[in-house]
Design a protein around this ligand. Structure first.
Ligand SMILES: [Fe+2]
Length: 368
């Protein structure tokens, strides 16, 4: 990984913001404010929260400045305000919201101009530009949750075409990973979230893992054979098959594309039906260098979201610590909606086992 400079940070901040604004540009203010789902925020909340997170960390914490809008920040606190309540909050909207985003950014750039970014800065927030990497990851990760919401917006036409691609069919069905000790987690240097550390050894028995994620065609076979719940947005085509109805538009499903919008429960049931099982997150990470085709869909794993040995919350416990336990399952990889800056083998995503709004599918494993 190359060291951060002010120039590289400036460029990345501008790129992330352009991506955020492009996502909502085709919409009107009413659509930006509308509540489409109790499990997703209205887009106006995401936009204000992205700017408020930036103000909190880059302007108030690093720049030691007073909040620009008094108490406003508490309405953008993700833990204080569950998603189902966000449509009712007195948040900024329309022109005021756009002005706030621009004002925060102006202050961020003033602060950036005055700080020192260095690999051996005393402040761990500034060391290697950590806080800027955190900010970028935050905005880009919110872009993905915004894309989840945009699946529900009737007639949404993105400015940039969505990415996704067929799974590679040539090659063996599964790859074998030898028994042994594997290093799991992020290395000490470079940006990673607290939940990816400490890096630690894990003893794994030999296993096999699918070379490619499960496709739409394979999942349709499973639904037909078992009567399982279909992925979110699948609708009957009238001839015994399925179409995708995301964004209110009925479009053919590509049989050889990775299935998405399935729950952990569905993924686990698929794997058993196929005579296999979900990989643990340690197995997924140990195999990751050999899975050519990750990054098309998030992949559910068998693992609960738990802290690694030696975990220390940094820089705030609400990013991961409050979610640890047996309620959430870990997803690995990344989807077409995930910015490459966010994708790395040690990255841990998590959600509730019944949720289907994520661009998530699965890959199967079995004992060797
Ligand atoms: Fe957030």
């Amino acid at each position: 990984m190359t060291a951060n400079t002010k120039e590289s940070i400036l460029e990345a901040l501008a790129e992330a913001r352009q991506r955020t604004l492009e996502l909502v540009e085709p919409l009107d203010d009413e659509q930006r404010n509308r509540v489409y789902s109790s499990i997703l925020s209205p887009l106006a909340w995401d936009l204000g929260h992205i700017a408020n997170f930036e103000e909190l960390w880059l302007v108030q914490t690093i720049g030691v400045r007073e909040p620009m809008h008094g108490e406003l920040g508490r309405f953008y606190d993700a833990i204080e305000n569950p998603r189902r309540t966000r449509g009712e909050l007195p948040i900024l909207r329309d022109a005021e919201l756009r002005a706030y985003m621009a004002d925060v950014r102006e202050r961020t750039l003033e602060v950036l101009d005055a700080v020192e970014i260095s690999p051996d800065a005393d402040d761990p927030l500034l060391r290697d530009g950590f806080v800027y990497e955190m900010l970028l990851a935050h905005e880009l990760q919110h872009n993905e949750t915004m894309l989840q919401l945009l699946e529900m917006v009737e007639g949404y036409e993105p400015l940039r075409p969505d990415g996704t691609s067929a799974v590679a069919t040539a090659g063996p069905e599964m790859v074998e990973v030898a028994a042994g000790e594997y290093e799991i987690g992020a290395r000490p240097r470079g940006f990673a979230y607290d939940n990816e550390r400490q890096r630690h050894p894990a003893e794994l028995a030999a296993f096999e893992i699918d070379r490619t994620p499960v496709t739409n065609a394979a999942y349709a076979e499973f639904v037909a054979a078992t009567g399982a719940e279909p992925p979110m947005y699948w609708e009957r085509d009238g001839e015994g098959g399925w179409v995708s109805a995301a964004r209110g538009r009925r479009a053919p499903l590509q049989p050889n594309h990775p299935v998405v919008h399935v729950s952990w429960e569905g993924s686990d049931a698929f794997a058993r039906w196929a005579g296999k099982r979900l990989p643990t997150e340690q197995e997924w990470e140990a195999a990751s260098e050999r899975l050519e085709s990750s990054g098309q869909a998030w992949e559910w794993t068998a693992s609960d979201f738990l802290p690694y040995p030696g975990f220390e919350a940094f820089p705030y416990s609400e990013y991961s610590e409050v979610f640890f336990g047996d309620e959430h399952r870990v997803l690995r990889g990344g989807s077409w909606a995930t910015h490459p800056r966010v994708v790395r083998p040690s990255f841990r995503n998590w959600d509730l086992p019944q949720r289907r709004q994520i661009f998530a599918g699965l890959r199967c494993a079995r004992d060797a």
